[in-house]
Design a protein around this ligand. Structure first.
Ligand code: CAO
Length: 432
């Protein structure tokens, strides 16, 4: 009996790391060679990973959305089988993905799927489109370079598109018809190369997705479609807090720094996370426990020209307002300059998304899986507030707290936002 690693496959010559997507088996499962174990993605290709050997899935190492180096273990299989399949992820998918990365050098399209047993390479969205259309991707004939399955291959298999991809087929299948309800074109458009069909109605311009959008789009879709989301809204009276912040900000400006509300929001979030530890947790991979985190690393959504990025401020519980303010200025300017490293964006236990500098009264942020919740903050506004005798003008900050309902119930969410509101309403509580 020996422990065999199941590793992150190399899906192209240039690939150095991939993103782990989802487990299809759980720890302790008995598996056969060729069984589907999990799915991973490069920035170009999604791939199913099968077991190379018969045995027991002894240890799951990877977590959803974790970025893992090529060749590093995703899991370990205990096995006493001799027939290790060497080169499971060999030239076929590698060549396919490589050609996808270099369209100018694309080889003639392969018309049929590879005959060997092994993972079927598919472009992002193709696998999801297949599942939306209730089609087994292993039955789809690939027309992409090197045997890559494209979205239009899947749709063709569903009988949904005509050959030029510009119009729906005259007799869509029942599966395609139900998919039209389940997934409108705006959610999963066919690839631009295949013709998107919109030019039949007027002029169109193709704007390629940025690298960030290519990575974050599927991650957001996964979070939104796999996590039962609920958003709890509340207000915090920050009249006194804002007066104090302005004092600090004026002093900081003299040194070329700023103190914005966000540093206080991070500290208040830590206070609430300590009071309600479940919010600072994740569901275990096996789905049978909560993993409570005793660290307070907070992701902060930053709007950049390339798209949304979420750098992480570590150990917020151990830092003061001035230190946090400087760090926020540093990470947001590095994010906008595209200079964040992999370490800058890993390991958050909770996320804050502030649109307060832009506007809006409320929104429904998407939980950053595998975290349990995210706090959205909108623009503070002066509102009339009843003090028991009269209405007085107070600065109210809108809070939008989205949470995974499998981990957090409505009462806990209401208590969490009430705690946040109290702490932000009385700045003295921040030092408790
Ligand atoms: N209410 C009112 N004013 C606010 C505010 C709020 N909630 N939050 C910030 N402001 C003010 C600031 O005080 C500042 O005003 P002054 O310059 O007059 O003092 C101004 O708005 C701009 O602040 P900022 O946005 O530069 O700084 P920040 O620390 O508040 O936020 C950052 C930094 C990086 C979070 C922000 O710039 C950003 O990118 N926000 C967008 C995040 C995003 O896209 N989220 C959506 C994700 S989808 O889930």
């Amino acid at each position: 009996m020996r422990e065999v690693p199941l590793v992150m496959p190399k899906m192209s010559m240039t690939m150095t790391e991939g993103t782990f997507l989802v487990w299809h088996r759980k720890q302790g499962d008995a598996i056969q060679a060729g069984d589907l174990v999990c799915e991973v993605a490069s920035d170009k290709v999604d791939m199913e990973v099968e077991s190379p050997i018969e045995g027991t899935l002894a240890r799951l190492v990877a977590e959803p959305d974790q970025v893992i180096a090529v060749g590093a273990p995703l899991a370990f299989i205990m096995s006493d089988a001799d027939d290790m399949l060497e080169g499971l992820f060999d030239d076929a998918p590698t060549a396919a993905a490589e050609q996808q990365e270099a369209p100018a050098a694309a080889a003639p399209a392969a018309a049929s799927p590879p005959s060997r047993r092994g993972p079927r390479p598919a472009v992002p969205f193709a696998r999801r489109r297949a599942s939306q259309l209730h089609i087994d991707i292993n039955t789809v004939a690939a027309t992409g370079p090197g045997g890559l399955i494209t979205v239009s291959d899947v749709e063709t298999a569903a009988g949904q598109t005509s050959t030029n991809g510009e119009a729906a087929s005259p007799a869509p299948s029942a599966a395609a018809a139900s998919a039209a309800v389940a997934a409108p074109p705006a959610l999963a458009p066919p690839s631009a190369a295949a013709g998107d069909g919109f030019s039949a109605f007027g002029e169109t311009v193709i704007e390629p997705l940025s690298r960030i959008a290519k990575v974050s789009g599927p991650a957001l879709t996964r979070s939104w479609t796999t996590i039962p989301h609920v958003t709890q809204h509340d207000d915090a009276d920050i009249t006194d807090l804002d007066a104090y912040r302005r004092e600090l900000d004026t002093a900081a400006k003299a040194d070329g720094n700023r103190v914005t509300l966000l540093a206080f929001i991070l500290k208040a979030a830590v206070s609430a996370l300590k009071a309600y530890p479940r919010v600072n947790s994740s569901l275990s991979v096996a789905g049978d426990a909560f993993v409570l985190k005793r660290y307070y690393h907070l992701g902060v959504a930053v709007d950049t020209e390339q798209g949304l990025v979420v750098p992480v401020v570590r150990d917020v519980d151990r830092k003061g307002i001035i230190e946090l303010s400087k760090e926020l200025a540093d990470i947001s300017s590095r994010a906008r300059a595209g200079k964040l490293t992999g370490d800058d964006v890993r390991g958050a236990s909770f996320t804050v998304s502030s649109l307060g500098g832009i506007g809006g009264t409320a929104f429904t942020p998407i939980v950053n899986s595998p975290e349990a919740a995210i706090l959205g903050v909108s623009k503070g506004r002066i509102q009339p507030s009843w003090n028991g005798e009269q209405f007085v003008p107070r600065l109210q900050l809108p809070l939008s707290f989205s949470y995974d309902h499998r981990i957090i119930d409505g009462a806990l969410a209401a208590r969490f936002t009430a705690h946040l509101s109290q702490v932000l309403g009385d700045v003295r509580r921040l030092i408790l």
